[in-house]
Design a protein around this ligand. Sequence first.
Ligand code: NI
Length: 136
Amino acid sequence: MALVRFGISLEKKLLEKFDQLIKNKNYTNRSEAFRDLIREELVKKQWQEAGAIAGAITLIYDHHKRELVNMLMDIQHDFGDIIISSQHVHLDHSNCLEIIAVKGSSQEAQKLADRLKSVKGVKHGTLSMSTTGEDI
Ligand code: NI
């Protein structure tokens, strides 16, 4: 892709703070940091406009609670159209980690994550939303 150069005017103090911030985040130069900030905003806009997102839901739960396992399975079948993959890891004797990859509308992904997290016995759940990579 062609690169375009352009100048940005900033207050000195703001730039110093920015430089400190990106140094802490291990960016090697300002351009890369700006690019990531811009991409981040574009991804947020996609979410807000309910465009397609890709993401991952992670759940930690105790598989000894049989009803919980069935419930999680039922919910996932209800959302079969946005779940593209799932992985189950046995963390220890009791605890399981499940990672569910999703692709679809941000609202549906959020709804699925909320449903799964609210099942009694789920110890922790997160939804990490990202972009499908299109239009970024
Ligand atoms: Ni397990």
